[in-house]
Design a protein around this ligand. Sequence first.
Ligand code: HEM
Length: 377
Amino acid sequence: TAVYPFFGEHQSGIVTPAQDRLHFASYDVADISRDELVELLQDWSAAAALMTQGEQAGKFGAVNGNYDAPPDDTGEALGLPASGLTITFGFGPTLFQAADGTDRFGIAGRRPAALVDLPHFPADMLQDALSGGDLCIQACSDDPQVAVHAIRNLSRIAFGRANIRWSQLGFGRTSSTTKAQQTPRNLFGFKDGTANIKAEDTGVVDDQVWASGGDGAAWMAGGSYLVSRKIRMTIETWDRTSLREQEAVIGRTKGEGAPYSGGTEFSEPDFSATGQGGAPLIAQDAHVRLSHPDQNSGAQLLRRGYNFVDGNDDLGRLNAGLFFIAYQRDPREQFIPIQMNLAKNDAMNEYIRHVGSAVFAVPPGARQGGYVGETLF
Ligand code: HEM
């Protein structure tokens, strides 16, 4: 199975081929000092460097430590390979400046301008308990046990310093981030990730994904900005909708994933193509028209989301949807205008509800032996 580096110019888990499973956690930092925060980040990086290489967390692991102390590693990944594990850390706006304006860690002046508080979008139904956070960890792996083990051990290491605010399990990727991967499907049954930014398009990645030193915050050079949105899908309503309507909403065919204007999966959509009576083949309110760079001043996103089913609600409907994750160079130029366009006009809105939201600055990767965040402190 795959093993990805922890140290490097960029953090892994962004252009890395999207793994099959996700455990994502957002944390609130306790009342600790700046030095203690730095220590937490150092401890997290040290453990992440081990676990991503298929090793146990801590010096003595699960069974070789002091017999009368709790083990360094919780043990459930013993004997499992790295399974493509990546651990990606991010810093939320409230790490830089608390809601009441206090500068807990002396970093308010270093908050990147691009790390904005997201605006309220039309029809947002956000729950506070599913939104925000001072720190985040995205753990992706091809084995769910390995992803959960990572979040569990990092949460344990953070005990007394940071605690989980909300977390999300994802069970099927809804994007491809490399050309070699097959396009997966989301819970609407459609191929998702066809027109995503792919790692091989290095020019686009440099232009649209990585922050540069000249963007305003020099410490973010080689980093990126992560927007997560927990999007509930009202799949029972969707499942009673005709195939014709479903395809019109997306603007692509369900089987092949080809644009409604013709061709095959990877053909470019032709938004000017018309059918009988002069109506556009790809409707004005189709999701792929409204999210396409042509409609958004060239802005693109690297999407890296996952399907979720969190049991069911009290009406017997599956609590299902898409945990949307997008990486970008500047949310002010990318996620925000695209989502504003979608929230106002997308035909898909009838079948979805945004219930959680967060934004994080994802710093560059750490130098060998260093820690993620070292350029900030
Ligand atoms: C494309 C589904 C939410 C941005 C697509 C495609 C599907 C899809 C099926 C076409 C295949 C592809 O190119 O990947 C969904 C579903 C969503 C959702 C089911 C919610 C449950 C969002 C959100 C955004 C977004 C919130 C950003 C604000 C995009 C973009 C494209 C796309 C940028 C590519 C457009 C292009 O370049 O052709 N989505 N999407 N989507 N979506 Fe979404």
